[in-house]
Write a protein that binds this ligand. Structure first.
Ligand SMILES: O=C1C[C@@](O)(C(=O)O)C[C@@H](O)[C@@H]1O
Length: 717
């Protein structure tokens, strides 16, 4: 049983709000400038330069630069009868105004300032004589009654978003839009990891996977949906079709995507390569794989036997999806040392972001040959990374040695996807035995002793089959932390509360940690695995937790150039949030309760009087990092802007409230925010995302958000 883990948001009874003026007075920082920005400066403030460290850390985090514009073209949302709400929702998630048109001919030039909705029924007529290349057509379709869009409609569009109304809709939409517009690049993120795994799910129906999906995907960086293994239900007495229909596949994919934040790999495996898809019609493969790109799937598996023209076209049309070229040899006569192996790689690499080569073997030596082959590919330098493993019991060694997208299984799956597959824990155990993953002493330093959080960390280590020890130590008198860091097997730590970057025992700090001024994680520098001789780096995981929370239901560019307000009693409490907002290129950040100084201060304006509130445009985001006893003070602002705020840009309704306060608080700002129309998040979401990042920094493994959130003891939704 996983223990209850994180600080819980306590819903205390609503207290009366202090008036807005009292709230601001109470928070006036000493010496704050009373001449605060008027409306014009609020809207024309120069975009603050991103923090010096921004790009480096952002690249490492797989974060595409926040685009001010969504895409080079007008985003046209095609919607069904009585489904106009989806146009508004898309606009909200993109942070743009919207309109509906009866004809696209009216849109003279590419214009990315607004989202345009058009009824599906009007599309074909309206496209005639229209400059198609300046439009990005996204078909939206509600699958509520089990129906599916017309093929011809889907094919005339660039992308398609299938949806069900419900609690996941907005999140799923944000993920879809972020991917198709290149605003999140999960592949860039994964490329920086030393090892990556994906779980091959083998369910005939994704519904069966949902109850265990969180636990199934611990240790995975992506989830594979084996489309060829899906079995479409048919009425009694009917025969099951040889392949699941696109309609069924679309619904299954939508369901899976709604239940995991991990990137999805869309695989249609043919009969010759251990799959179920017949090979007599390559065009059918094209149809399914092309559709996966239109659906915004992160990775599309394209088999090498498919005609070159099909592979080329898919690669050319991949948008921001990544192509995984796949080759399997079941003959039992495969030779990694052959020229054929080199040729297969070269051919695969022509149209691939990752090349996957897999062969059935019968001797242990064939694993050594594979390792030699891997080294020859590495020595070629340029080209896509190689993911290569052997199948069969004799090939298991190669599954531990492969570092790029190792296919893994889990005991809760109905069957293994290929002979010899291992679990994430088995791979880690094997690596440990082979001396590739030495045991490390990890620490939680601060006020953690016997807290649920460190118990949860230990649980994760067990689940992942990692050999490390995890110890909680209270931060004691001066010098006590240094003594931990010099332990011979010290292998990393997380620190709560964080410590200033300037603290003497903190080793080198990452760019982000330096800009924020705080270190919350001490991790081994990438590529090092041996405790005792390793070098360490001070990191800040909190800002990534904040950013991940902020972008769950809005794409990064929704924040671009828009006003934000941060309330805190000190800059230290606000700095990770400032950094996260800067990484999203927000406009002016108004501060309440503290005055910023140093590198983070550029573009911040203290917000001090009631007049200032009246003159400032509607902020898109409010973050409160107030201590619990002052948490009440944010409520008047939430109410004021929730009801009275002037919108910018006009007609966009979205706004985000993030509450970073933990502990017994006064009032219930989250409830106030929700009632006033804000998309509200509490500290539990940020803590869960931060834990995901911390584990990744400390042990290089992915523990999905939903698993962490589930373990925090509160139902997810
Ligand atoms: O390509 C692969 C690898 C695999 O065949 C394996 O050997 O683990 C399993 C498949 O599901 C996946 O698509």
């Amino acid at each position: 049983m996983i223990p209850t883990a994180f600080p819980q948001h306590r819903a205390t009874p609503l207290l009366d709000d202090p008036p807005l003026s009292t709230a601001l007075k109470a928070q006036d920082p000493p010496g704050a400038n009373p001449n605060i920005a008027g409306p014009s400066s609020a809207t024309t403030t120069l975009s603050p330069a991103p923090p010096a460290s921004g790009p480096t850390d952002q690249t490492a985090a797989g974060i595409a630069a926040p685009a001010a514009a969504t895409a080079a073209g007008t985003v046209v949302i095609i919607y069904g009868q009585n489904q106009e709400h989806i146009v508004q929702l898309v606009a909200e998630v993109l942070g743009k105004p919207w309109t509906t048109e009866a004809s696209l001919g009216m849109l003279a030039r590419a214009n990315d300032t607004a989202v345009v909705g058009i009824l599906a029924h009007d599309l074909a007529r309206s496209l005639q004589g229209c400059e198609r290349s300046s439009l990005i057509l996204v078909n939206t379709y509600c699958v509520e009654n089990g129906s599916a869009p017309e093929d011809s409609l889907t094919e005339s569009c660039d992308y398609e978003f299938l949806y069900l109304r419900g609690p996941f809709l907005r999140r799923d939409l944000s993920r879809f839009l972020s991917l198709i517009f290149g605003q999140t690049r999960p592949h860039d993120d994964l490329r920086t990891k030393t090892r990556t795994n994906f779980i091959s799910t083998t369910f005939p129906d994704v519904h069966a996977a949902l109850p265990n999906l969180d636990i199934l995907s611990v240790g995975s960086d992506a989830v594979e949906i084996r489309v060829d293994l899906l079995v479409e239900p048919v009425p009694k007495g009917w025969t099951t079709p040889p392949v699941p229909s696109l309609k069924y596949v679309g619904q299954q994919l939508m369901l899976l995507r709604q239940h995991t934040e991990l990137p999805i790999i869309f695989t249609v495996r043919c009969t010759r390569e251990n799959g179920k898809f017949p090979m007599d019609d390559p065009a059918l493969f094209y149809k399914y794989l092309r559709r996966a790109i239109q659906w915004g799937v992160e990775y599309v598996d394209v088999e090498l036997w498919l005609p070159e023209e099909i592979r080329r076209q898919l690669f050319e049309k991949k948008g921001h999806s990544m192509i995984l070229s796949a080759f399997h040899d079941f003959s039992g006569t495969w030779k990694w040392t052959s020229e054929e192996a080199q040729r297969i790689f070269t051919e695969s690499a022509k149209y691939a972001d990752i090349v996957k080569m897999i062969a059935m073997v019968h001797t242990i030596e064939e694993n050594y040959e594979l390792e030699y082959f891997r080294s020859t590919i590495k020595s070629r330098g340029a080209g896509p990374p190689l993911s290569a493993v052997n199948m069969g019991q004799m090939g298991q060694l190669s599954r531990a040695l492969n570092t790029v997208f190792s296919p893994i299984t889990h005991p809760l799956l109905p069957m293994i996807a290929a002979p010899g597959q291992l679990t994430a824990a088995e791979i880690n155990e094997a690596l440990h035995i082979m001396g590739q993953l030495p045991k490390r002493e990890l620490y939680a330093i601060g006020s953690f002793r016997s807290t649920p959080h460190s118990m949860f960390m230990e649980k994760c280590l067990n689940e992942l089959g990692l050999p490390h020890n995890f110890t909680s130590v209270d931060r004691g008198p001066k010098g006590s932390m240094e003594s931990v860091l010099v332990q011979p097997h010290f292998g990393g730590a997380y620190l709560n509360p964080p410590v200033p970057t300037t603290t003497s025992f903190i080793p080198a700090a990452s760019d982000a940690a330096r800009a924020i001024g705080l270190v919350d994680t001490i991790a081994m520098t990438p590529g090092e695995a041996t405790p005792g001789t390793s070098r360490f780096i001070g990191e800040n995981a909190a800002w990534k937790g904040i950013r991940a929370t902020l972008t769950r239901e809005y794409v990064p560019s929704a924040y671009s150039s828009r006003a934000a307000i941060i309330l805190a009693s000190s800059q230290a409490d606000a700095s990770a949030a400032i950094f996260a907002l800067r990484s999203l290129a927000v406009g002016t950040i108004y501060t309440v309760g503290f005055k910023a100084s140093g590198p983070l201060a550029a573009g911040l304006e203290p917000f001090t009087s009631i007049q200032s509130v009246k003159r400032v445009e509607q902020p898109f985001v409010i973050v409160s990092a107030l201590p619990p006893e002052k948490s009440l003070l944010v409520q008047p602002l939430l109410r004021h802007y929730g009801v009275n705020g002037r919108c910018s840009p006009p007609c966009t309704r979205g706004r985000v409230y993030l509450d970073l306060t933990s502990g017994l608080r006064k009032g219930d700002p989250l409830a106030v925010a929700t009632r006033a129309g804000w998309t509200a998040y509490g500290v539990e979401d940020v803590s869960a995302w931060t834990t995901v990042e911390t584990l990744r920094l400390l042990v290089g493994q992915n523990v999905p958000f939903d698993f962490v959130r589930m373990a925090s003891g509160r139902p997810l939704f």
